[in-house]
Design a protein around this ligand. Structure first.
Ligand SMILES: [Zn+2]
Ligand SMILES: [Zn+2]
Length: 303
């Protein structure tokens, strides 16, 4: 496994990935061309495929992971994770025990996919709400298992930010909530209004390495944070969530610390925060909400 996805010249990557993986010669950014995904149904016909008895969940379950039927990657390297058999539940409806089952499944699938020779990085994530492209309302997330360590993960190692750690003193008035060893705060340089970062206080590299108590805390804190986001504008908050963890490429990554990013889509009730040309064209974020103010608003929404 190599980590050359960012600076590869292209030919090697294109060949290895069967033509779908390309490197833009202008920017060096990797793109997977996944034209076959255009055929996937926007909304499946009839009954929900994720409910018990549905096409993707024939048997009763509490949590469930399975290969994505419309995968961006071949060979079972894309999975769907079902959080609950309850179609109408929200993440915020999950009990502490059920949230813990979700965390355990994320950890189990990270370890299983990460152990494969053709996988260097396991990205656990969720797109919540039709505004960010979720086509099925049944509570679920996804996992992509990358052949190479993706640029966004590599960039965090390059900054040394994880090596310096997530310093509780520096978080200060941007802290939103903490449970057990896990804290949630608005980053000082948040690019998204109401962006939240979650991490444990101790140095744990990946989901499978989290101990019993830390998994419990993470589950409860995630429910707490999503609940605050839902109450912020009195409507379910559409968001993108992703988990960064140690690359599973058999190299040592002493700085790796598991953490979770949540990027809520709205900046005020009913108003989306669009990523605009000035930002895409410059690579510089412009955030209209002061992070300390965002944190204070979210803190005030304790249940
Ligand atoms: Zn369902
Ligand atoms: Zn990160």
């Amino acid at each position: 496994m190599s980590t050359s996805g960012v600076d590869g010249t292209g030919s090697d990557n294109v060949e290895r990935a069967g033509g779908g993986h390309r490197i833009d010669p202008l920017t060096g950014s990797p793109t997977h061309i996944v034209a076959h995904r255009q055929d996937r149904p926007n909304l499946p016909d009839g009954s929900c495929p994720f409910c018990v008895g549905g096409s993707e969940a024939p048997d009763p379950y509490e949590v469930r992971a399975f290969t994505n039927r419309w995968p961006p990657f071949p060979d079972g390297r894309a999975e769907i994770v079902l959080y609950t058999p309850d179609h109408d539940a929200s993440f915020t409806d999950l009990s502490a025990g059920q949230a813990r089952k979700v965390v355990d499944l994320w950890a189990e699938r990270s370890a299983a996919l990460g152990a494969r020779d053709d996988v260097s990085y396991v990205l656990v994530f969720e797109n919540r709400g039709p505004e960010v492209g979720a086509t099925i309302v049944h509570p679920h997330g996804q996992i992509y298992a990358f052949a190479d360590v993706p640029p966004a993960a590599l960039a965090e190692f390059a900054t040394g930010g994880m090596h310096r750690g997530f310093d509780a003193d520096a978080i200060g008035d941007r802290l939103v909530s903490n449970i057990g060893d896990w804290s949630a705060w608005v980053p000082a340089a948040a690019g998204w209004p109401y962006e939240v970062l979650l991490a444990p206080g101790t140095s744990v590299p990946d989901l499978p390495s989290l101990d019993d108590a830390s998994r419990d805390s993470l589950g409860v804190l995630l429910v707490d944070i999503v609940s605050r986001l839902d109450r912020l504008f009195s409507a379910p908050m559409p968001f993108m969530m992703w988990i960064h963890q140690r690359p599973f490429d058999n190299r040592t990554w002493p700085d790796a610390r598991v953490h979770i990013h949540i990027a809520p889509l709205l900046r005020s009730p009913g108003t989306a925060r669009f990523v605009a040309a000035g930002e895409l064209g410059s690579g510089v974020w412009f955030n209209p909400v002061e992070p300390a103010v965002a944190a204070a608003e979210l803190r005030a929404l304790s249940s």
